[in-house]
Design a protein. Sequence first.
Length: 75
Amino acid sequence: MKAFWDHLWRPTEDCRLSALVFLKGLGLVYAIAFASLAVQIDGLAGSLGILPLVEQQANLKAAPGLSGAAWLVNH
């Protein structure tokens, strides 16, 4: 039975190059996305950003009895 599953999931020779190119491209997209986030994070969640993180944490602590996920849903 193991030989059947190994044969079923083993990529053929002509698919290996396609898989390699796809995975390298996907890795490049992720690298660009995280590099972009690193540049923008201060303006998004910094002290003077669109959604100041310190202020949001204070609001979360001030809401008695609500967990983090419930607070996000209710506000």
